[in-house]
Write a protein that binds this ligand. Structure first.
Ligand SMILES: *[C@@H]1O[C@H](CO)[C@@H](O)[C@H](O)[C@H]1NC(C)=O
Ligand SMILES: *[C@@H]1O[C@H](CO)[C@@H](O)[C@H](O)[C@H]1NC(C)=O
Ligand SMILES: *[C@@H]1O[C@H](CO)[C@@H](O)[C@H](O)[C@H]1NC(C)=O
Ligand SMILES: CC(=O)N[C@H]1CO[C@H](CO)[C@@H](O)[C@@H]1O
Length: 500
């Protein structure tokens, strides 16, 4: 009996050893096959592991001091590990750098990583002679279908180095090729300053920047060719916009950079002749310089292709590979996680700033109506990328000067074709930037004289015919009407907002 048992053991042991050997060799083999990514992976993880106190980040291509990568700190933080707050520092709310999405990507580091070997797509062109990845184009069409913000069926798609390049390519493509009657490039005030700056900079004979659309919105002045830039939701004020000018000699460019659920309810898919989108406001990757245009007309598409081809000969293949990966992660679970994170972050910021501003008589911010959002499948409140701040006091005609008194700086309203009484405050930067901005604005508002007796929202005393009070009234109206829905979602957020 003992003999049989020991025989069984021997058999069992040998089988087990053979199996082990088999798996070990399989493992070693696969390790060897993967070995060319190993060093790069270790290098990337080592840099990612450098602690910057949650107020900064170390990067693989950042500076090296004493053989080590150093932390790059958020504004207003310093020290070798970014742990020191710099008290007198300026809260810079000028730039629209959408760093608010960084926590999402930190959480999704593993799924969003790409590997880029030295031999990746070295050629000038793809095999079919084109400059764009068909897979990426497909992914972009899928993205719009899932989010429901643009129609892409039967449309041409072109890639560019961010919306900036595509805007100019579009102006070029739509302009009359006729210096004797150059196209007039117009936008509704307040408009994104780059429209004017870029058109003037390129100084073409074929088109000239001619300011506010409202100057041409009548029969008499509307002769000649126009290119109207429509930004929806608008930068700076977040309003959904439609083209103003009509007629056979009017061409429109729809800049839909912010037409994503992070920043606005999406009432319906946009279906315009020429629509421009950018990766930066979608995923936060402004530095990747990637945008795309969706174009109905083939001739316009061809003219834009020539522009891209002569200026940069397409978008780097490295960028296209990265964007493909980022969009796949963005679309996981039908976009639920990224777009929820984006929307909730922006909505919470807007809510905090609005609360502070509702106490103020000296300042006001734009009013935005709740709307039904086809993506969220409900009526939802505003979550804009920017506050369009107005200094209400007669003497405060330069609003940025007022903000500078508490070390806040925004973008001067005059750059948007409006008065300097307005300032655009960016709400899309990182958490540290927003927190400091909010704190300083609270300080400014609390400094207002007690003599003005601000009773926050006494509805019965509101004068409805005054536009200023109207804004307060409607905000109040909005919060009470949607209070229940907002409160419910707020409670749900607390429960469902993943840890970032
Ligand atoms: C603003 O900056 C100045 C100069 O750095 C500093 O003295 C002042 O305390 C700062 N004020 C605020 C409110 O941060
Ligand atoms: C609102 O203002 C009116 C008039 O000043 C006052 O009679 C009323 O009590 C106030 N209501 C509240 C809720 O404070
Ligand atoms: C309400 O505001 C308008 C415009 O500012 C003003 O003309 C009107 O006299 C005000 N009414 C009252 C009752 O204060
Ligand atoms: C109009 C008015 O009362 N102005 C006062 C506001 O408060 C400052 C100091 O906090 C005074 O200097 C002003 O006279």
């Amino acid at each position: 009996m003992a003999k049989i048992t020991s025989f069984k053991y021997t058999i069992f042991l040998s089988c087990s050893s053979i199996l082990n050997l088999f798996f070990v060799s399989l493992y070693l083999h696969s390790r060897m096959e993967q070995s060319w990514t190993k060093n790069a992976a270790a290098e990337a993880e080592a840099v990612a592991g450098i602690s910057c106190s949650g107020h900064g980040r170390a990067f693989l291509d950042g500076s090296i001091v004493d053989g080590k990568h150093v932390c790059e700190c958020d504004a207003c933080y310093g020290g070798s590990d970014c742990s020191e707050f710099l008290p007198g520092c300026v809260a810079d709310a000028d730039s629209g750098d959408p760093m608010f999405l960084e926590p999402f990507w930190l959480k999704h580091a593993a799924s969003s990583v790409i590997v880029l070997p030295g031999w990746h797509r070295m050629s000038y062109e793809f095999n079919d002679g084109s400059l764009i990845s068909k897979e990426l184009e497909t992914q972009i069409r899928k993205l719009h279908a899932v989010i429901g913000n643009a129609v892409t069926d039967g449309r041409f798609i072109i890639f560019g180095a961010g919306a900036t390049q595509l805007l100019h390519a579009a102006v070029h493509a739509l302009s009359t090729n006729d210096p004797s009657s150059p196209s007039r490039v117009v936008a509704s005030t307040p408009y994104y300053p780059v429209y004017r700056e870029q058109t003037e900079f390129f100084n073409s004979e074929d088109y000239k920047f001619k300011g506010d659309t409202s100057l041409y919105n009548n029969e008499r002045d509307s002769q000649g060719n126009f290119i109207e830039l429509v930004t929806s939701p608008n930068n700076p004020d977040g309003q959904l916009k439609k083209a103003v000018l009509q007629g056979p000699s009017v061409r429109t460019i729809h800049d839909l950079a912010y037409y994503w659920p992070h920043y606005t309810p999406i009432p319906a898919p946009a279906d315009e002749d020429l629509m421009i989108f950018t990766l930066s406001k979608l995923t936060g990757h402004g530095g990747s310089r990637f945008g795309w245009a969706i174009i109905k007309d083939e001739t316009v598409y061809q003219r834009m292709l020539i522009y891209i081809s002569l200026s940069t000969y397409g978008v780097p293949r490295e960028t296209q590979l990265r964007v493909l990966k980022l969009l796949k992660v963005a679309l996981e679970r039908e976009g639920k996680e990224m777009f929820d994170f984006g929307y909730k972050t922006m909505r919470n910021r807007w809510r905090k700033l609005s609360e502070t501003m509702s106490m103020s008589k000296r300042f006001s911010i734009q009013e935005l109506e709740p709307k039904r959002c086809s993506f969220h499948k409900k009526v939802r409140g505003p979550s804009p990328a920017f506050a369009w701040l107005k200094c209400e006091r007669e003497e405060d005609n330069d609003c940025n000067v007022v903000l500078n008194s508490v070390n806040v700086t925004g973008r001067d309203g005059s750059l948007f074709g409006a008065e300097s009484r307005f300032v655009r405050l960016s709400l899309v930067k990182c958490e540290d930037d927003f927190d400091l901005l909010l704190k300083r604005m609270q300080m400014l508002v609390s400094e207002e004289n007690d003599s003005t007796k601000i009773m926050p929202q006494n509805k019965t005393t509101v004068n409805l015919s005054s536009p200023r009070s109207n804004a307060i009234y409607n905000w109040d109206h909005v919060t009470s009407k949607y209070h229940l829905e907002e409160l419910t979602t707020h409670i749900q957020d607390q429960a469902t907002m993943p840890a970032y």
